[in-house]
Design a protein around this ligand. Structure first.
Ligand SMILES: Nc1ncnc2c1ncn2[C@@H]1O[C@H](COP(=O)(O)OP(=O)(O)OP(=O)(O)O)[C@@H](O)[C@H]1O
Length: 306
């Protein structure tokens, strides 16, 4: 299947000579949720802005929905909805008018039923006759999303969609994104909340200093780079780690009441079984145990600080 977005050898040098993207290659499939993660200044917004035709590329090529973003700009742009990072909705217009107008900008004929659906999905229906400037920040953000969806785009970009929004709105947005995906929309989101990528994304791309350093299915990424930790609370205090255990990646807590064993998620549980057997042989008893997997956040921090 042809990818919905194809980025080939993309470079961007800004006018002041700063190279924000260095030979980026990336393919995004139809109907997937792709999360682009990277520290501040990594090039996320630059990449999105080029795909959406807001910033000119310096080198390379990009297609969206099969259309070249330069040679077939209108068609490519029509296939894309963009929710930018900044709210620019200080408008005297009503919600209904602003969202309907957005649709018109893409040369689409009016479709009140679609606008109604979008407003209802985003819990904006009650506010449809309110002026945008009178809405709260969270509601304004919903309006931005409604505008991006007004022309029924096949691809939706969400640049930091939940920056500064409350937990309730964040949950609503996740719900909405899932619904859109069910309808076959391709979704690309950038986020600082790694929890968001962990919750939502099918695949994750990590960008650093203008280069994509990794693209992987989320589940594979977590099992490939993740670590697991087993903690055992001991019945009685240990003075020091017994010699039999020093070969393992195992630590004794300072108070001597806890053993902490760290292992790769990929590794089989063999190490755990061996450890528990050894403890049995040594007569070390424990009263409780827990395991924990590292989060995407820990994996991400490990990656970008390498
Ligand atoms: N118009 C511009 N002229 C010169 N440099 C720019 C311009 N726009 C962005 N940059 C630089 O390009 C780099 C990438 O910026 P970009 O906004 O793409 O990063 P980002 O990954 O989206 O960061 P953030 O998470 O902070 O939004 C930064 O170092 C930024 O200062």
């Amino acid at each position: 299947m042809q990818p919905d977005i194809s980025v080939k050898n993309l470079s961007k040098v800004y006018e002041d000579g700063f190279q924000a993207l260095k030979g980026v290659n990336l393919e995004i499939n139809r109907g997937e949720i792709f999360a682009l993660l990277g520290p501040n200044g990594a090039g996320k917004t630059t990449l999105i802005s080029i795909i959406c035709g807001i910033v000119n590329l310096s080198n390379g090529s990009v297609t969206a929905a099969g259309f070249d973003i330069r040679k077939q700009y209108r068609k490519a742009r029509e296939a894309i909805g963009l929710v930018p990072q900044e709210l620019n909705t200080d408008s005297f217009e009503t919600v209904w008018n602003a969202v309907s107008f957005s649709r018109g900008l893409f040369g689409k004929s009016p479709n009140p039923a679609h606008i109604e659906k979008v407003l209802k999905d985003l819990s904006l229906w009650e506010k449809r006759n309110n002026r945008i400037m009178s809405l709260s920040g969270g509601m304004k953000r919903r309006v931005m999303i409604a505008k991006a969806l007004s022309h029924e785009p096949q691809i939706l970009f969400l640049d930091e969609p939940t920056a500064g929004v409350d937990v309730e709105l964040r949950r609503d947005m996740w719900e909405m994104v899932r619904k859109l995906r069910e309808n076959g929309t391709t979704i690309i989101l950038t986020t600082h909340y790694i929890e968001e990528a962990e919750e939502m994304a099918d695949r994750i791309g990590v960008i650093r200093h203008g280069e994509i350093i990794l693209v992987e299915e989320k589940d594979r990424l977590m099992s490939k780079l993740g670590k697991k930790e087993l903690r055992l609370q001991l019945q009685s205090r240990l003075e020091q780690l017994p010699g039999e255990l020093t070969l393992e990646p195992i630590e004794l807590s300072e108070d001597g009441y806890e053993l902490i064993y760290t292992f790769d998620s990929q590794q089989q549980q063999a190490g755990v079984a061996r450890l528990l057997r050894t403890l049995g042989d040594l007569g070390i008893e424990y009263r409780d145990l827990q395991t924990r997997e590292s989060s995407l956040e820990e994996i991400f921090v490990g990656l970008v600080h390498e």
